[in-house]
Design a protein. Structure first.
Length: 350
């Protein structure tokens, strides 16, 4: 396999102010309207590279419509080199199931309605804030149970509850960097099975449609949501290594080629790196029309299920590349430290 060289921004977004959410991840652009850059490939390319580097980009009070949002998200993937066969994800929860929401966009198979009404009516209150399950059960990376998972997720908030419903993200780069060197090497030998084996039969038992036809890639088909991916992957845009196999989507499959007990231990340890280190997390309190764009190869995310009332967001997800690990790639910290050293080196090399 030939591996790609990391991509660098061109400077096309240099005219926009921004603020880093924390030193480690997240960036907010206070005066950028995404609707104004949707026809500017240079700016979209830099936007996508920045999302891959910073993990999450935040934009408040956006007027972009969903048709343009779909174009933007597909271009984020295309302009950063995703395969030609990768398109926008069509969710396995078929859009025909959303007629009761009364929102035309929710009937578009390339838009997924993240709806608290659906959670209450269809998903047996999976997100009920009164239940006693640990909130950490929800950490995930979008569409990781597909053979070709998501690269960029675009998430536009439509309706918010009076309080709560924040989204949290955690750096997958930093999760890898927090492993000791022997564990980093060990993790790189592992694969994990991602999936939700009962989702299709669950929907069918409720008289709802599961989408088994192509879901954003010719490799994403069928009624079984199961995919095997490396536990450490290289983000092809940055060239940095990131932890991948943890959280909700591996709990039904687990770590391959180890004992069941070892799989439980490894999953618990990797999840704990996320849950015990708030310094590698950020949190966004939503207002209507806020947008977040994140790279699922750079971060994990989770909803905060503490709210009462309606929460509705519309999501467009770009399907990316088959996860892989480039043996010559390095961690984010190693790469950034090397950049610092090379920028300090005298030009004559003496
Ligand atoms: Fe998600």
């Amino acid at each position: 396999m030939t591996y790609r060289a990391p991509m660098k921004v061109s400077g096309a977004l240099d005219g926009y102010q921004f603020e880093e959410v924390t030193p480690l991840l997240g960036r907010e652009y206070p005066d950028l309207q995404l609707s104004e850059i949707v026809k500017d490939d240079a700016k979209i390319r830099d936007l996508a590279i920045t999302a891959s580097e910073r993990g999450v980009l935040l934009f408040r009070n956006q007027d972009i419509n969903m048709a343009d949002f779909k174009v933007l998200m597909q271009k984020c993937g295309e302009l950063t080199g995703k395969p030609k066969t990768s398109r926008l994800h069509k969710d396995e929860f078929a859009s025909e199931n959303n007629t009761h929401l009364g929102i035309p966009e929710a009937l578009d198979p390339e838009i997924y309605a993240v709806s608290s009404i659906n959670n209450e009516k269809i998903f047996d209150n999976f997100l009920d804030p009164r239940d006693k399950k640990f909130a950490s059960r929800g950490w995930h990376s979008d569409e990781s149970f597909e053979n070709v998972p998501a690269d960029y997720t675009g998430f536009k908030m439509i309706k918010t509850p009076k309080s709560g419903g924040d989204t949290v993200w955690a750096s997958a780069y930093e999760a890898y960097d927090r492993l000791s060197e022997p564990w980093q090497k060990f993790a790189e030998t592992l694969t994990a099975s991602h999936g939700d084996p009962t989702f299709c039969s669950y929907l069918e038992s409720k008289g709802l449609k599961f989408r088994s036809e192509e879901r954003g890639s010719p490799e994403n088909v069928g009624t079984t949501l199961r995919a095997v991916h490396p536990v450490v992957q290289t983000n092809p845009v940055t060239g940095w290594k990131a932890l991948y196999g943890l959280g909700y989507q591996v709990q039904f499959g687990g770590i391959n080629d180890v004992t069941d007990y070892e799989s439980q231990l490894i999953q618990a340890y990797f999840l704990r790196i996320i849950t015990d280190n708030h310094d590698l997390q950020i949190r966004h309190k939503w207002s209507p029309n806020d947008v977040a764009i994140w790279d699922n190869r750079s971060v994990f995310h989770n909803i905060t299920s503490d709210f009462v009332g309606e929460r509705l967001a519309l999501r467009a997800v770009s399907i990316g590349n088959k996860p892989y690990i480039d043996p010559n790639s390095v961690s984010r910290k190693t790469a950034l430290n090397a950049e610092k050293v090379s920028s300090k080196a005298p030009l004559n090399g003496s």
